[in-house]
Write a protein that binds this ligand. Structure first.
Ligand SMILES: *Cc1c(COP(=O)(O)O)cnc(C)c1O
Length: 387
């Protein structure tokens, strides 16, 4: 059966050029970057070259990049690290209601430990309005954390405007850029953030490696204790092969950015207009003017997202629904509910995330299968057409 992977926001394959770059660091160049002999020096050089390369693309200083095990760890370190460093100054944190669980759960943990968190609501297109942030800032606010691009809808926030508002009030600003990195050509000076998280496996790098950008003057308390790795902020022997892969993945993403952006945008436009002409009662979710080029979130009235995911999987097409099925009860996506989308429609939402595993010529085939499967599921759905 023809297999089509449309879940690039969940993870991507490792780009063959990335894999080739990594291989020697598993075999002959296996040294510990902290060792002073030649094996160690070779690993250390690869580590620092990678840091420099990434800093060049992101437009920051190499020493402002800390390597981590991925987006989740970077988010935890940024949020808890600043909270613990600044708790004497204040105990209020601002985030949004549409963040990834890595951010939301870090905030919930802090709430259980004496901090107060405000969860900003987006507008119906998923954007956090600058005034919403302005009105939430208090004297005791120490940190604002708002994601760059949303993993479910692809909606991009105006981070420069939001960070500017935080800075006017003397509040540090972190952004989870896991879904924008490698997809849109940002630099850190353009965004104006103090901290930023990215993860290798979301842009054709390996899993288990990511980075946290930390502006020079920002103080954080480390969460891992041990050796003096990564400027004393992240103890643990560095994942040199992974870091070399992360740097290569960033290089390839910035090298191919324009071509890949335009290719994905063409696919997305063809997919959305194809769906609109072939399938009725659908709602495309998110701000299409401010969106990463690979993500389409669409709700199919009258059916459950989960049944669409399972039906498409049987046809060889991998997609995802924002809803999580916990012990038989399906919860609608917190992102879509926060945007004010009614639960019935949020339940029928599917995320299609395109990428390098897809060709433009796949679109017609995907639309054919989708049209047929939606019609079939609606035919047996007790909900469809009964409202
Ligand atoms: C995937 C993802 C994360 C988590 O990154 P991992 O490297 O998988 O831990 C965090 N934030 C967003 C927006 C993501 O999409």
């Amino acid at each position: 059966m023809r297999k089509i992977y449309l879940d690039h926001n969940a993870t991507t394959f490792v780009h063959p050029e990335v894999f080739d770059e990594m291989k020697p660091y598993f075999t002959e160049k296996f040294g510990n970057a902290s060792s002073i002999h030649e094996f160690g020096r070779i690993a250390k050089a690869a580590l620092e070259d990678s840091r420099q390369k990434i800093a060049g693309f992101l437009g920051c200083k190499p020493k402002e990049i800390i390597f981590t095990s991925g987006g989740t760890e970077s988010d935890n370190l940024a949020i808890k690290g600043v909270a613990f460093a600044l708790h004497k100054k204040g105990k209020h944190i601002i985030t949004s209601a549409i963040e990834h669980h890595a951010v939301l759960e870090s905030c919930h943990y802090l709430e259980k430990n004496g901090f107060e968190v405000t969860y900003l609501k987006p507008d119906s297109s998923g954007r956090i309005l600058p005034d919403t942030l302005k009105n939430a800032i208090r004297k005791d606010t120490i940190l604002t954390t708002i994601m760059h691009a949303n993993n479910e809808t692809g909606t991009i926030q105006d981070i420069a405007a939001l960070a500017g508002i935080a800075h006017e009030a003397g509040v540090a600003f972190h952004s989870d850029a896991v879904q924008s990195t490698g997809k849109i050509p940002y630099t850190i000076p353009e965004l104006g953030v103090d901290m930023l998280s990215a993860s290798g496996h979301k842009f054709y790098g390996p899993k288990g490696v990511g980075l946290l950008y930390i502006r020079e003057n920002i103080k954080l308390v480390p969460l891992n204790h041990g050796g003096s790795h990564e400027s004393n902020l992240r103890a643990g022997t560095e994942n040199v092969a992974g870091i070399v892969g992360l740097a290569k993945a960033i290089e390839i993403a910035y090298r191919d950015m324009k071509v890949e952006y335009e290719r994905l945008q063409r696919m997305k436009d063809a997919f959305i207009s194809g769906m609109r002409s072939r399938i009725k009662d659908i709602m495309v979710i998110g701000d299409q003017q401010n969106c990463v080029p690979n993500t389409v979130n669409v709700s199919f009235n009258g059916i459950e997202g989960e049944s669409i995911v399972l039906s498409l999987d049987l046809k060889g097409i991998a997609v995802s629904s924002g809803s999580a099925c916990a012990s038989g009860s399906i919860n609608a996506s917190h992102v879509l509910l926060a945007m004010g989308i009614p639960p019935e429609q949020a339940h029928g939402a599917i995320r299609f995330s395109f990428g390098r595993a897809n060709a433009e010529s796949d679109i017609e085939y995907i639309l054919e299968i989708l049209e047929r499967e939606i019609a079939r599921i609606r035919g047996i759905s007790p909900l469809y057409g009964k409202a």
